[in-house]
Write a protein that binds this ligand. Structure first.
Ligand SMILES: Cc1cc2nc3c(=O)[nH]c(=O)nc-3n(C[C@H](O)[C@H](O)[C@H](O)COP(=O)(O)OP(=O)(O)OC[C@H]3O[C@@H](n4cnc5c(N)ncnc54)[C@H](O)[C@@H]3O)c2cc1C
Length: 323
């Protein structure tokens, strides 16, 4: 690992000022679960790390009048254990509860979870000068691509690794950010990007900006998150589904279906939502929605299995919500 300066910020404003002092290449560090690995493996470079993990004003869960706001340094474990989140935004609590291992959840933060970098084995290996690292080629396209994207891949076929991002997008979350020009809010739907839009990083956050909080506005949806992973003890999603439905009995008033582990950003399954909208949900309708969810999927040489897997997860999530 290269040498770096480690600075403890006392507030979000101070962290942003330190990011913008123009002297050296700086990065925010929160739980360090992802960033330290990147530094050790020489994937990321930083001369200055600005530690926000002790900034108390960023560590909170506020659940008021049906809406929810969670500070950026709140741990994944605290989100998974919060009764209000479980009751009103179950998909987020369920997603948080299957992030990594207990150690990762205790140390990792919400902001870090949303900004963690891809787990693609070519990107993570120093030996491959891939597109994501400024090289000219995505090795996954003709190489080993069992875990890669079946939607939205070109020109780089990594998948977004965050469980929380998938759940938050289905729940219509808003990301609060702070930068040199002050505060701004970005809907989760517009926060994450495809490699065809921005190759680096995986969201619209500028290098001199940070996430301060995530908000979920009031809604009447029941929601769930189902994740399929290879290793049950802890692993990233091979495929995952966050489903949020507004129901009148078993009639679907509003549907939000977002897929994880299958695209470079949380992937809205619009066709599946259209199948459900306004209809009474039955097993065959849930099956139809599953089929619609993968209608536009394109498999690479080793990941065709993700298509029936994702279809089944969508059906299961819908049936779980009307059970
Ligand atoms: C073994 C292992 C298993 C894992 N399994 C899963 C899994 O199953 N599901 C999953 O979703 N994740 C998984 N992760 C990833 C882990 O959850 C995230 O890395 C963790 O939540 C990141 O949080 P952190 O606070 O440690 O981030 P850090 O490592 O501190 O930061 C990660 C990145 O986010 C940036 N960042 C941090 N906070 C902010 C902020 N507030 N604003 C802007 N940028 C910020 C940093 O600059 C850095 O680039 C796993 C990680 C490991 C090591």
């Amino acid at each position: 690992m290269d040498r770096f300066q480690f600075i403890n910020a006392n507030s979000a404003q101070e962290a942003v000022s330190l990011l913008n002092d123009g002297s050296t290449k700086s990065k925010i560090i929160a739980g360090g679960q992802d960033l330290l690995t990147e530094l050790k493996e020489h994937i990321a470079k930083a001369e200055k790390l600005i530690n926000i993990s002790d900034v108390q004003e960023l560590n909170y869960i506020n659940a008021e009048n049906g809406s929810l706001k969670v500070g950026a340094t709140t741990t994944i474990a605290a989100i998974a254990a919060n009764g209000e989140i479980l009751a009103k935004n179950r998909a987020l609590a369920e997603a948080a509860s299957v992030v990594g291992s207990p150690q990762i959840r205790n140390q990792g933060t919400l902001g870090g979870n949303l900004c963690q970098r891809p787990r693609c084995w070519y990107y993570r290996s120093e030996a491959y000068p891939c597109l994501k690292k400024g090289g000219g080629i995505c090795y996954a396209l003709s190489g080993r691509n069992k875990y890669h994207a079946i939607f939205g891949g070109a020109p780089a076929y990594y998948v977004h690794p965050s469980d929380c991002a998938t759940a938050l997008t289905a729940l219509g979350a808003i990301i609060h950010c702070l930068g040199p020009d002050g505060e701004k809010t970005i809907p989760s739907e517009k926060f994450f990007t495809l490699p065809s839009e921005i190759l680096l990083p995986e969201n619209v956050l500028k290098p001199n900006e940070m996430i301060t909080a995530v908000e979920i506005p009031t809604h009447n949806m029941k929601s769930t998150y189902i994740k399929f992973r290879e290793k049950e003890s802890y692993d990233w999603a091979i495929s995952a589904v966050a489903a949020a439905l507004e129901l009148d009995g078993t009639r679907c008033v509003k549907a939000s279906i977002v897929l994880g582990g299958v695209a470079p950003k949380p992937w809205r399954a619009k066709k599946a939502e259209d199948v459900l909208q306004g209809k009474t949900i039955t097993e065959s309708l849930a099956e139809e929605a599953g089929e619609a969810a993968v209608d536009d999927a394109t498999a690479l040489s080793d990941n065709e299995y993700k298509i029936p897997l994702t279809k089944t997860l969508v059906k299961r999530a819908i049936m779980k919500l009307i059970a």
